[in-house]
Design a binder for this molecule. Structure first.
Ligand code: GRF
Length: 217
């Protein structure tokens, strides 16, 4: 399966995908990365790994619709079948989503439906939650919602700051995002209403150390 990745910044989740493809954990390839930010560090990662990328700036288009149509055009040109939002800081319209029905996924740094929107890690700390985590979900028009594919949980310790918590959650993001892409690429994912069913998936066995090699099922 050919995937397209949409980014706006650092691109560490993009890097996790690049690494998983390079290690042969996921079949297929990253056919295109689109950044809406010309200064995104994600672009450097593309250059380093010879991954095709395009910078598409919202300000160069009269309307959001034209901006999104250009992204759809570029993705279709590269025959992208799955679109991965990896730190892409824009909400996509129904028109974009209908170009890739149930084939747009997002990574969010909380256990949705808790703490949707920006600064999810800070929201969790300020709320006084004792557990948070990260979620990969199909994208619906509603912000940070849509059927959940995989989640990982991270405890919030009294001494945690937004930075320390973000760092801990990010390690798990880097494991569950490639995992979700792998499942979808293997055609193992079915969606029934809000429920995502993954053929042969073993849930509940996430190791405490997310860097453990045998993480991939
Ligand atoms: C991640 O925390 C992701 O969950 C959120 O934006 C951040 C992107 O980080 N949607 P990176 O650009 O992948 O390093």
């Amino acid at each position: 399966m050919k995937i397209g990745v949409l980014v706006s910044g650092r691109g560490s989740n993009l890097q996790a995908l690049i690494d998983a493809y390079q290690l042969g954990k996921i079949k297929g390839n990253i056919a295109l990365v689109i950044s809406d930010n010309p200064n995104a560090y994600a672009i450097e990662r593309c250059k380093k790994h010879q991954i095709p990328y395009e910078v598409v700036l919202r300000k160069n288009f009269p309307t959001k619709r034209d901006f999104e149509r250009e992204m759809v055009r570029l993705l279709k040109e590269r025959e992208v079948e799955l679109v991965v939002l990896a730190g892409f800081m824009r909400i996509l319209s129904e028109e974009f989503l209908s170009a890739f029905p149930m084939k747009v996924i997002n990574i969010h740094p909380s256990l949705i439906p808790a703490f949707q929107g920006l600064n999810a890690q800070r929201q969790a700390i300020e709320y006084g939650a004792k557990i948070t985590g990260c979620t990969v979900h199909f994208v619906s028009e509603e912000l940070d919602n849509g059927p959940v594919i995989i989640q990982a949980c991270v405890p919030i310790l009294p001494e945690d700051t937004e930075e320390s918590l973000s760092e801990k959650i990010l390690k798990f993001e880097h494991r569950i995002l490639p995992q979700a892409v792998k499942w979808i690429s293997e055609g193992r994912v079915k969606v029934e209403g809000r429920k995502v069913i993954v053929e042969g998936a073993v849930y509940g066995t996430l190791p405490v150390n997310p860097m453990l090699e045998d993480f991939f099922w």
